[in-house]
Design a protein around this ligand. Sequence first.
Ligand code: KG4
Ligand code: ZN
Length: 351
Amino acid sequence: MSRVIMGIETSCDETGVGLVRLSENDAADATATGPRVELLADEVASSVELHARYGGVVPEVASRAHLEAMAPTARRALATAGLTLSDVDAIAVTAGPGLAGALLVGVAAAKAYAAALDVPLYGVNHLAGHVAVDTLEHGPLPRPCLALLVSGGHTQLLRVDDVASKITELGSTVDDAAGEAYDKVARIVGLPYPGGPPIDKAAREGDPEAIAFPRGMTGPRDAPFDFSFSGLKTAVARWIEAAERNGESIPVPDVCASFQEAVADVLTMKAVAAAREYGIGTMVISGGVAANSRLSALARERCEAAGIELRVPRPRLCTDNGAMIAALGAHVVAADLPASPLDFSGTPALP
Ligand code: KG4
Ligand code: ZN
């Protein structure tokens, strides 16, 4: 038997609708590994261009864009999968964390579909979705595994015993998220928003050792698995100011490469240390910043040296999408967890 799960994501600036197929394994197999989940469709409509001139996401603009994109994106996903709404067996939707008005649109749509189709509705955690999405590419997640979640809104190290029901936070950023640091540094050096892709590109032409930027929270008295990127951002700004005062031209590729090296160094150093500390043999890196070329290269190098299996979903699955919510929904369905009541609401600050 197999079931089709639709996932709806509207926590920030991407309207995502994904469809997955959950195949029932035999019970012993399921306990050992986890359910088998296959990707059927992953459609995303982004409002990122509408926010670009503001240098960050404008919540009201995002909500309006979700409202316009919701139904067409769902129709596109069904068409891609060659399915109709009546083939959908359950709906999963991002319940949080995210922007209140943006979440509201996805939650309202999910309730409407669930009520109309008379299928169960599951409000799920966006961050767990970023981890669950890896199963679409690399199969069931070993238990436990370590997740390094790096996006525009979050930077966390998680111990994942069961992606549907047991995730423990080992550490998180005390100030800016890694993606936020990329976006702010891009603005400082005059590159467009979102800053990750243009910095990644510019860094390829630069020297990562040109400037010794600080590695935040790596002192002996700092929390070993927490992060801080606000000091790094300030250090970049101070360095540029000093160069300008001295009438020097700004070597943007060197600044980008050195900044990127500092971020990748701290993220991978702490993630590998956490895996060692907890005796975990598999690491998943996900979220928009996982698309960063230097982060994945350095993670690969350090995981290999430490004997840790590294899993990084393809970039398209790392950024926000509906397939990750559908994948998590499939795990929740497979685990027989209770459905959400039709009157549940989104929780912007969901832990
Ligand atoms: O996961 P995501 O799509 O949305 C959030 O939930 O935040 O992540 C977006 C973030 C942005 O800050 C963007 O600058 C960053 O991911 N990003 C990157 C790269 N591609 C996207 N950061 C570094 N290198 C990249 N190649
Ligand atoms: Zn995200």
